[in-house]
Ligand binder design. Structure first.
Ligand code: TMP
Length: 212
């Protein structure tokens, strides 16, 4: 029996990691084998790529270099972790996947005329492979960034390369995500992520159950 691939998307501070843990708990309670992973950084090599991508100054490299690193991370993630687990019948929950690249590097950065290059790169690394379902946690930009900076303070993280980009970038990627969801309603569930963790989870799990 094949497993499933479920991805979680949203702007910074949308609360993905808390919700993923709750969904993992639910799936385990109904007898599924679950692994939780993330992008960038879902593999050992990926962790090294992640550090390059999420730490330091936004302008240390441009969108082209950035995109190639994200796809390198994704390729390794798919081949070494995601596909083998699905073939063993596991449910793979990933904190971010390809929609992040379209949202951040296409809609957010505004440096590509269209998604052609990104779509081509995706085909090269993944072919026709797609998530079975994608949860979009839609959070107000200012609230999300506030949560993100607060978390960064308590965890002492240096991973703020994208959070430090201008507000308009975050607004564009939020709208971009909503557009992606509108274009692919069979795959996406959109959840209002401005509420408490419990309220968000209730809405999320009801909607996600229809895709499982
Ligand atoms: P995280 O903080 O949610 O783990 O994600 C790391 C950062 O990387 C986050 O700010 C979003 C960004 N990102 C992209 O810009 N493009 C991508 O393709 C991915 C996977 C993440």
């Amino acid at each position: 029996m094949k497993g499933k691939f479920i991805t979680f998307e949203g702007g910074d501070g949308a609360g993905k990691s808390l919700q993923i843990e709750k969904v993992a708990q639910y799936l385990r309670s109904i007898g599924k084998e679950v692994i939780v992973t993330r992008e960038p950084g879902g593999t050992e090599v990926g962790k090294e790529i992640r550090r390059l991508l999420v730490e330091g100054d936004k302008d240390k490299f441009d969108e082209i270099a950035e995109v190639l690193l994200f796809y390198a991370d994704r390729r390794i993630h798919l081949e070494k972790k995601i596909k083998p687990a699905i073939n063993e019948g596991k449910y793979v929950l990933s904190d971010r996947y390809n929609d992040s690249t379209i949202a951040y590097q296409f809609y957010g950065s505004n440096k590509f005329n269209d998604t052609k290059i990104l779509d081509e790169l995706y085909k090269i690394i993944a072919g026709d492979f797609k998530p079975d379902a994608t949860v979009l946690l839609d959070v107000d930009v200012e609230l999300g960034l506030k949560r993100s900076f607060k978390k960064a303070e308590t965890t002492n993280t240096k991973e703020l390369r994208f959070e430090n980009v201008e507000l308009a970038f975050h607004q564009r990627l939020k709208n971009g995500y909503l557009e992606l969801a509108k274009k692919d309603p069979n795959r996406f569930v959109v959840v209002n992520a401005n509420n408490s963790v419990e309220e968000v989870y209730e809405e999320l799990i009801e909607k996600l159950k229809t895709k499982l």
